[in-house]
Design a protein around this ligand. Structure first.
Ligand SMILES: [Zn+2]
Length: 221
């Protein structure tokens, strides 16, 4: 069995154990577990805040996880130098929901797990569409309009592309956009674009902006 596949199985069993042994700590969690809130769309439409990662696992069991970056970070403390790993993880269902989070720990695996939980808590809904004047097919294969995102010294512009274009971007952006289900897009980036963490968060912010630019009237559709 390949390492990748084994890791996926470990992750899947970790997630299913989490959902099975779940005792909700919030009212929203209770409603989800009781089946009274049957979909993630409903949570977002009503503007609830997700405080338990199990809510996401429960409603989006097909959610996928990808590690975007791992760094070793060193910090001076009274006891001397302390080193930790910092992981950045993206999650998505390839159908409009995506999250990005980071986590720190002494062990890589724990840092990834923490980041994966934080990515779920940061889950966002992305508005997709066919915003390319060259296309006009009307299907949600891209973004409805251009969006910008910024983080640290990095700025990114996502531009809708015609169907079949693919994702024209660097590796981190490709992973995040792919997990979102945005398939055809051009990207332009500015600033210190080699800083993977800032770059990833800039992409995430751009995607979040598709949602914040939606007017309440359009939400109802
Ligand atoms: Zn199109």
């Amino acid at each position: 069995m390949s390492r990748r596949r084994r890791r996926r199985q470990q992750r899947e069993s970790r997630i299913s154990q989490r959902v099975e042994g779940w005792t909700p700590r919030t009212r929203l969690g209770q409603l989800v577990q009781e089946g009274r809130i049957p979909s993630m769309d409903e949570i977002f439409a009503e503007g609830h805040t997700i405080k338990e990662p199990e809510i996401v696992d429960f409603l989006l069991p097909e959610l996928q996880e990808e590690v975007i970056n791992i760094n070793l970070v060193q910090k001076q403390t009274d006891a001397g130098e302390k080193s930790q790993f910092k992981a950045i993880v993206a999650v998505g269902n390839r159908d409009g929901y995506v999250g990005l989070g980071s986590g720190k720990a002494k062990q890589v695996r724990t840092a990834i797990e923490k980041a994966a939980v934080n990515a779920r808590l940061a889950l966002t809904f992305v508005r997709r569409g066919c915003g390319s004047w060259e296309c006009g097919c009307g299907k949600p294969h891209s973004l409805p309009f251009q969006v910008r995102g910024k983080c640290g010294g990095v700025e990114i512009l996502l531009v809708p592309g015609p169907r079949g274009l693919g994702i024209v971007a660097n590796e981190a952006a490709k992973i995040i956009l792919g997990l979102t289900g945005v398939n055809d897009v051009w990207t332009r980036s500015f600033g210190s674009t080699r800083t993977v963490p800032s770059f990833a968060y800039a992409v995430f912010e751009a995607l979040r902006n598709t949602y914040s630019l939606v007017t309440p009237a359009e939400w109802v559709k």
